[in-house]
Design a protein around this ligand. Structure first.
Ligand SMILES: [Zn+2]
Length: 216
C-alpha cells in the first residue's frame, strides 16, 4: 500500500498516520529525516544535497525523489509506505509519480484530511503542552484539571509560539494555497480520497479505513 497524506495543520494527520503504521506495518517516511540522514552519513546523495544547502538553496526535487526511492528499497518498506509532508508541489508530485512508475510501485491512494479553518484554529490555538512529560491538552476539548498545570506532574503548561490564532490562520492560508493544485493533480488521477477529519480520533480512523477499503 503506497500512500500520500495531505492535510492542514490541526487536522490530526500525525495521529492517523501513526495508526496506519501500526495497522499495516508500513513505515511513515519523512523527507526531512531522510535528507538529514544522507547529509550526516555523507552519502553521494547527501553530498550533492549539501552543496545546495551550503549555498542557501533548496535541494532540487529530483534529488529528494531519489532519496525517497532509495528509502523505499529498504526491507521495512516492502509492503508499502506512507509519505507525509511530501510532495508539496505539483512538480514534486510529477517527479515522484515518474519514479514510482519506473519502480512499478504506483501510489494506491492520496488521503486528504479535511477540516474547516475555524475548527483547526480551535484545536491549535487552544493547544497547551507539558514541557516535562510532553502530554498535550486542549482548553476547548481536553482541559487540564487545574488551570495551566499538567495533571500528571504539576508542571506549568506551555504553548507553541506559532499556535496563536493569527499565526494559525496564516499557516492555514499558506497550506490551502500550496495544496490546492496538488489536490487537483491527484483528483485527476482518481487517487484522491477526502476524509472528514472533524470529530473523535477513533471516528476519523474508521472513516479513513473505510475510504481505504474503497480505494483501488
Ligand atoms: Zn506533564
Amino acid at each position: 500500500m503506497q500512500l500520500v497524506l495531505l492535510g492542514p495543520p490541526g487536522a490530526g494527520k500525525g495521529t492517523q498516520a501513526a495508526r496506519l503504521v501500526e495497522r499495516f506495518d508500513i513505515p511513515q517516511i519523512s523527507t526531512g529525516d531522510i535528507l538529514r540522514e544522507h547529509v550526516q552519513e555523507g552519502t553521494m546523495l547527501g553530498i550533492r544535497a549539501r552543496s545546495y544547502m551550503d549555498r542557501g538553496e533548496y535541494v532540487p526535487d529530483g534529488l529528494v525523489v531519489q532519496m525517497v526511492m532509495d528509502r523505499l528499497d529498504e526491507p521495512d518498506a516492502e509492503k508499502g509506505f506512507i509519505l507525509d509532508g511530501f510532495p508539496r508541489t505539483v512538480p514534486q508530485a510529477d517527479a515522484l509519480e515518474r519514479a514510482l512508475a519506473e519502480a512499478e510501485r504506483p501510489l494506491s491512494a492520496v488521503l486528504q484530511f479535511d477540516i474547516d479553518d475555524d475548527m483547526a484554529v480551535l484545536r491549535l490555538s487552544n493547544r497547551w503542552t507539558c514541557p516535562t512529560c510532553k502530554r498535550t491538552y486542549n482548553l476547548a476539548f481536553k482541559p487540564p484539571l487545574e488551570d495551566g498545570i499538567c495533571d500528571f506532574d504539576a508542571t506549568p503548561l506551555e504553548r507553541r509560539a506559532d499556535d496563536d490564532e493569527l499565526t494559525v490562520r496564516r499557516r492555514l492560508a499558506v497550506y490551502r494555497e500550496q495544496t490546492a493544485p496538488l489536490q487537483r493533480f491527484y483528483a485527476a488521477r482518481g487517487l484522491l480520497c477526502v476524509i472528514e477529519a472533524e470529530g473523535k480520533e477513533d471516528v476519523v480512523t474508521e472513516r479513513m479505513l473505510a475510504a481505504l477499503a474503497g480505494c483501488p
